[in-house]
Write a protein that binds this ligand. Sequence first.
Ligand SMILES: Cc1cc2nc3c(=O)[nH]c(=O)nc-3n(C[C@H](O)[C@H](O)[C@H](O)COP(=O)(O)OP(=O)(O)OC[C@H]3O[C@@H](n4cnc5c(N)ncnc54)[C@H](O)[C@@H]3O)c2cc1C
Length: 415
Amino acid sequence: MTRSTISRRAVVHAGLAASAALVAGCATTAAKPRVVVLGGGWGGLGAARTLARSGKVEVTLVEANDAFMSCPLSAHYIAGLQPATDFQRNYAAIDAMGIRRVRERASAIDRSGSAVVTPGGRLPYDFLVLSPGIEYMEEAVSGYAEARAQLPVGFRAFEQSAVRAQVERFLANGGSFVISVPKPPYRCPPAPYERACLIAEQVRRRGVKGKVIVVDTNPNPMPPPTAKPLVAAMRSYAAELEYLPSTDLSAVDIGRRRLTTTMGDVPFTEANLVLPMRAPALIRQAGLGERWAAIKLPSFVSQADEKIYVIGDAQGTPLPKSGHVAFGTGVQVGHDIVRRVSGEAAPAASGPVSLPPGLCWASASHDKAIMISVGATVAPGEAPKMSFQIDPEANTASSQGATAWGRTMWKNMLG
Ligand SMILES: Cc1cc2nc3c(=O)[nH]c(=O)nc-3n(C[C@H](O)[C@H](O)[C@H](O)COP(=O)(O)OP(=O)(O)OC[C@H]3O[C@@H](n4cnc5c(N)ncnc54)[C@H](O)[C@@H]3O)c2cc1C
């Protein structure tokens, strides 16, 4: 359905003016503006908490899971080095903040009716923050859909346990453990190499007769500024890990346990195929973008709808698909919504403005990691500019830094 931008803007502005009047004028009797946050992961929690703290809006968090599990740092669980509980938290702190938590999977966004649709009903909103993460592009690898149950990707919360089971089988029986890497953009580009290194470390420690094989579509580890330390990390497992760059994966034959690649067939005992990714289907179905949601910077407001913000990995700017960025962006859009319902003008931007920074960790072993720090700015009408600061090699200080960072972030989100 096409709708006139002008009339939609007019409606939005009228609605915002009304919201502002409610807050400024008859705040004691009027209902607060309603904000629905879809996704209780890194981005959604940043937004929900900021909004709830303001006391100026009613916040509903729609999250399909009843608890949180971190993808960052969970490679240590996958490799059998730490329990899953180290990376899990419950939502008690969110409930205690007065945030209404709806434990359901949203099926659609009804933009004309300003409501999120769930199996239990409709959740009306004045503003909507979408942070639903990613979905896998299964059609990119022929034969994957039929093999899905045996080939978990493990790049979303709670999927890690299925990959851990694969790793345990491999470490017990040996053979080859193949990890494939897609072309960016995908969630946390260094993560597949980190996973490979931590499994290779276990192959060495336990004397397993087996090898980890990384089938990488890219010519070098991603993102490009991390290539040197990540190649060095993989080379440190010369006997346990084989790196195949510039190798495209097209098909998997689960019966014969073979991958079809541009470098020939690659047999596997276990395979962790990291598929290409895109924003979840409800973003496309709501007309908010194609592969990723189209948003405006620096606001993260949808290009198609002034009432909707899209943050985290589902948004389509070149910013890193990182939890640190997602959380920081959630905080930023939370403040922006509070500003809008309060009727305050947007700050005037004359030059470049800073965007939420990123911080990623790629472990090369259980006690050595590479820190990847990303700064970003955007000038009006231009693409964002990024600057990287990366450890020249894996080191123990960054491994300790990663652990401390994780604890701090999870406390900020759910403490
Ligand atoms: C192995 C690995 C290592 C990583 N390491 C780092 C790191 O070191 N540093 C870093 O900053 N980032 C890292 N990341 C990236 C980080 O995990 C993501 O960038 C971050 O999770 C993105 O946040 P998000 O809010 O977009 O999505 P998520 O955190 O995935 O949250 C999305 C939430 O939405 C819910 N949801 C989705 N659809 C629906 C629906 N229809 N209805 C209801 N609920 C729904 C999901 O259940 C989920 O809880 C790593 C990722 C991986 C996989």
